[in-house]
Ligand binder design. Structure first.
Ligand code: COA
Length: 437
């Protein structure tokens, strides 16, 4: 038998066995998004009576696992999420006492952990080992590889349906402590539907993207609609945290070629991927896409090296000063900062002076009842993008560039792309505040 196969077999165990390694008062870190170790996380709660104060760091947690949804887990497990999803939002709303939020930026998500203490266990996912004894960490190395190199125990769920992705995703079986097998279709993320407003916003964004630009797309329906509007562009490149279906489609259409990139020429660069089964098959052994660590890809100092870098992200609200709220309204944390600040700052500080940060926003929320362009953010709202970093703002009514503008000019510019139903009221409020006169 191949010696790597022998090593693998010796390390092979079951989820119910490996979760017994979890110890009180430690940090457990799990693979994020489509790399979530679902079989192990579904068993965490089984060791409840043996452990106290275990912190589980996770991102966009896919399933309502018992270890954080069940209020009886309080004091035993705490889900520390740096980008909320449906389950974590629900648990917070129900005051289960099992979920908290971790403020961070994607590029420093790993380093922040080591500042606090050494992580105890990393649970992740991988492909079966190849003939040289290497597994691929497959759909994401945002901080997974950094954690693997700095934790005490590495446990990977092996899934033969994961694509063998290229870049920095390879890991030798010798560097893994335990394997468990969980062969199943990786979690898919349906492309969000582009409604009429998203399509209008997408068209405005496309006006701002020049041929030869390198793009980053954030999460949600609007970035997806923006991608659809880019089909007439030439020689786009990709340097992004999240790789999605629309990037594969633009590549297949010949729009994304990566030929005009100033760094990583010829390659789309990402830190993780989430999308359709078709995309996962396409990513398998695909040399056009390289997965690299988030600590590198999203470092603003790296993002800025890209020529004509355009970051495209979405927000929930923006105030007259240009403060962007993308992850929370008031004290209600909806999602997370993710890579928004990293890529926006990198883009506007582009070394070629041609970078653009685009923040897209529907002009209204709550079925048209409120304006997302607002005099002040609701009390307690976390600012995702500092007002000095705000560049282009796009709504379905057009776009404005805030960079370099005074407070008075910003206010006027923002009101010009607010929903017409709110413009008069916003103007009156701005006058009362002394912002315009
Ligand atoms: N006030 C109150 N609620 C608002 C709101 C506002 N101004 N704006 C949006 N919402 C609500 C919506 O009603 C919706 O609620 P629901 O889930 O109950 O239906 C929810 O917030 C999400 O809004 P939607 O427009 O459907 O969001 P989306 O899926 O297009 O995502 C963001 C938009 C801003 C939430 C998302 O882009 C995000 O989380 N960004 C943060 C960080 C980021 O961009 N990182 C880069 C990628 S890693």
């Amino acid at each position: 038998m191949n010696k790597f196969k022998e090593t693998y077999n010796k390390k092979l165990t079951t989820p119910i066995n490996v979760v017994k390694l979890i110890k009180s008062d430690t940090d457990v870190i799990v693979g994020q998004c489509a790399s979530e170790p679902q079989a192990c996380m579904a068993e965490f709660h089984t060791v409840k009576d043996n452990v106290k104060d275990v912190k589980v760091f996770s991102v966009l947690t896919l399933s309502p696992y018992e270890f954080y949804m069940n209020p009886e887990m309080k004091g035993h497990f705490e889900l520390c999420s740096w980008f909320h999803a449906e389950g974590s939002r629900k648990a917070i709303k129900e005051r289960t006492g099992t979920v908290t939020y971790v403020p961070n930026m994607l590029h420093s998500a790993g380093k922040d952990r080591f500042v606090v203490r050494k992580p105890h266990i990393f649970f992740g996912t991988c492909t079966p080992p190849d003939h040289n004894g290497f597994v691929s960490l497959s759909l994401g190395i945002t901080y997974e590889k950094d954690i693997i190199e700095n934790c005490e125990i590495v446990i990977l769920e092996v899934n033969n349906q994961l694509p063998r992705t290229l870049g920095d995703t390879q890991l030798h079986v010798d560097d893994v402590d335990y394997f468990v097998e969980n062969h199943k279709l990786p979690p898919v993320l349906p492309s969000p539907d582009a409604d009429e407003i998203a399509l209008k916003i997408g068209h405005h964004i496309a006006d701002l993207v020049e041929d030869g630009s390198t793009i980053q797309l954030g999460i949600g329906a609007i970035p997806n609609a923006a991608a659809l509007s880019l089909h007439n562009k030439k020689d786009l490149g990709v340097h992004t945290e999240m790789f999605v279906d629309s990037m594969m489609e633009l590549y297949e259409m010949g729009v994304i070629t990566n030929k005009s990139k100033s760094i990583h020429k010829g390659k789309s660069i990402c830190t993780f991927a989430m999308g359709s089964e078709k995309m996962y098959k396409w990513l398998d052994n695909n040399p056009s896409v390289e997965f690299l660590r988030g600590s590198y890809v999203n470092d603003p100092c790296v993002v800025r090296k890209n020529s004509k870098m355009v970051s495209i992200n979405t927000c929930m609200m923006i105030d007259f000063q240009g403060q962007v709220a993308s992850e929370a309204i008031g004290i209600n944390q909806y999602s997370g900062t993710g890579g928004q600040t990293d890529t926006a700052v990198g883009a506007i500080e582009g070394l070629d002076g041609k970078g653009k940060s685009i923040i897209a926003c529907r002009s209204t929320a709550k079925g048209g009842a409120i304006s997302t362009i607002t005099p002040m953010l609701p009390q307690g709202t976390a600012v995702t993008l500092h007002r000095s970093h705000t560049d282009y703002i796009v709504t379905e009514f057009g776009y404005v560039r805030l960079k370099g503008l005074t407070l008075r000019e910003r206010t006027t510019a923002l009101i010009s792309i607010a929903h017409p139903n709110f413009r008069k009221q916003l103007t009156k409020q701005a006058q009362e505040m002394g912002y315009i006169y």
